[in-house]
Design a binder for this molecule. Structure first.
Ligand SMILES: C[S@@+](CC[C@H](N)C(=O)[O-])C[C@H]1O[C@@H](n2cnc3c(N)ncnc32)[C@H](O)[C@@H]1O
Length: 430
């Protein structure tokens, strides 16, 4: 029997264009950043591009600026509003959209945004609220960033009580208040808390444990971090730590609540989602001016929910499944790009309850071609049976009779026009 990828209708990601959501904010962001006195757009873009270059180095390169008061510098705030605000907005929107596709998105009315900056994650969450009516509490130690969020809300004529601003240094005063919250989000902020400390994992876990205590029934804690190894791996460690303490389950993007096999693998390995995305001209112009590539939004992220007693039992069952390693079946999430070796074999790395596994096939194998195996993308979840075992532990191959079922299709961020994934080529494992 031929292999087939059968997409479960309910699991197919609906066509979703994040550009429409972002577009609603672009004019207000430009107005806020450029103001009335910008002496023409091109010079303003060039100046913002130079500031962006320096900001990008300081946040994700040498990390000199992470955890510092960069939003108090007008040039950095401007560059952030024009470039990183949209990027964070898209990442948060796509993570929320993935949760929606999985049936895990709560009804969003009350939002807590930890390390909110000028608020892109809050605006994304308000945009994801079913009826568009939600209020957000933004916590940040930087007054200028919070003020920018408030001014943006005013330009967009949000209801006056839509945003509550809390200026607080969460390192010296790690109190989170209010609730219950349907969504608690920390977007690109966790890595800035206790950046240098040997006990940063403990302290972050304590802060986010506190956050989980403020979740409403069915509420979600969403942590989004830059995909770079230096920020990704601590995020994976934080996920594992919070799950190990019990009472929570992973609602996405992981295929289960089991400990992250990429974190366990050590080294430089990282895990992230890549959402193909065509940025609007403002972001594209800034990227060009700063010499940055921008054809997708990438982020490491995890979403946690309070586990019910039944779900806790499910977690045990998932661990039990790990013992069935002898059976040539596989269920998991694609956590790599397709990799092509010299022998013409295409290989993906999958995250499974049994640890990392590989699934491969010859590029010209008819079964692989017919099944859609070659169209798998990072972030897709699948179930496969009738596989052949390949040399080495946890390595599987497509064989005649293999059945593949796509249980979740990772959405892309661009409606029909987003750039397609780069052509298949030899790529290194993550
Ligand atoms: C990279 S920005 C992210 C902003 C926004 N959440 C986003 O996704 O674009 C990190 C934010 O964390 C805030 N932050 C860093 N350390 C903090 C601390 N100790 N207490 C409160 N906020 C902090 C910064 O002021 C900044 O707004």
């Amino acid at each position: 029997m031929n292999a087939s990828i059968r997409a479960r209708a309910a699991a197919e990601a609906p066509a979703f264009d994040v550009g429409d959501r972002l577009q609603a904010h672009v004019a207000a962001l430009e107005k806020l950043a450029f103001g009335a006195s910008a002496g023409g757009r091109p010079p303003a873009v060039a100046a913002a591009g130079a500031a962006l270059k320096s900001l990008q180095r300081g946040l994700t390169g040498d990390r000199r600026l992470a955890g510092e008061g960069y939003f108090s510098k007008a040039d950095y705030l401007k560059a952030y509003l024009l470039y990183y605000w949209p990027v964070s907005f898209v990442q948060a929107t796509m993570a929320l959209e993935e949760l929606r596709s999985r049936g895990e998105l709560p009804r969003i009315r009350a939002i807590l945004d930890i390390g909110a900056g000028p608020g892109p994650a809050s605006f994304a969450a308000m945009g994801a609220a079913a009826d568009g009516v939600a209020s957000a509490t933004l916590v940040d130690w930087n007054a200028e960033a919070l003020e920018a969020a408030a001014r943006l809300a005013a330009i967009e004529a949000h209801a006056p009580n839509a945003l509550t601003l809390v200026k607080r240094n969460l390192e010296s005063d790690p109190r989170l208040e209010g609730g219950p919250y349907d969504l608690i989000v920390a977007c690109h902020s966790a890595n800035e808390f206790w950046k240098e400390g040997a006990d940063s994992l403990e302290r972050r876990a304590s802060l986010f444990r506190q956050a989980c205590g403020l979740l409403a029934e069915g509420g979600v804690l969403l942590v989004i971090e830059p995909s770079a190894t230096v920020t990704c791996r601590p995020a994976l460690a934080l996920r594992d730590r919070l799950l190990a303490e019990g009472g929570l389950r992973c609602a996405g993007p992981c295929p289960g609540s089991f400990p992250c096999p990429i974190a366990a693998a050590g080294g430089e390995r990282s895990c992230h989602s890549t959402w193909p995305w065509t940025p609007p001209p403002m972001v594209a112009d800034l990227a060009r001016a700063a010499g940055l590539d921008r054809d997708s939004a990438k982020a490491t992220w995890f979403a946690l929910k309070k586990a019910s007693a039944g779900e806790a039992a499910g977690r045990t069952a998932a661990s039990g499944a790990a013992e069935e390693a002898a059976s040539p079946t596989l269920a998991g999430r694609v956590v790599s790009e397709p990799m092509l070796n010299k022998a013409g074999r295409v290989r993906y790395i999958l995250c499974t309850p049994n640890g990392l596994a590989t699934l491969s096939a010859k590029r010209d194998d008819p079964t692989a071609q017919e099944s859609g195996f070659l169209a798998l993308r990072r972030g897709d979840c699948l179930r496969a049976s009738g596989l052949e075992r390949r040399e080495g532990e946890n390595n599987f191959g497509i064989a005649p009779g293999t059945k593949l079922e796509l249980t979740f299709r990772a959405p892309d961020a661009g409606g029909g026009d987003a750039p397609q994934p780069k052509p298949l080529a030899s790529r290194k494992a993550p």
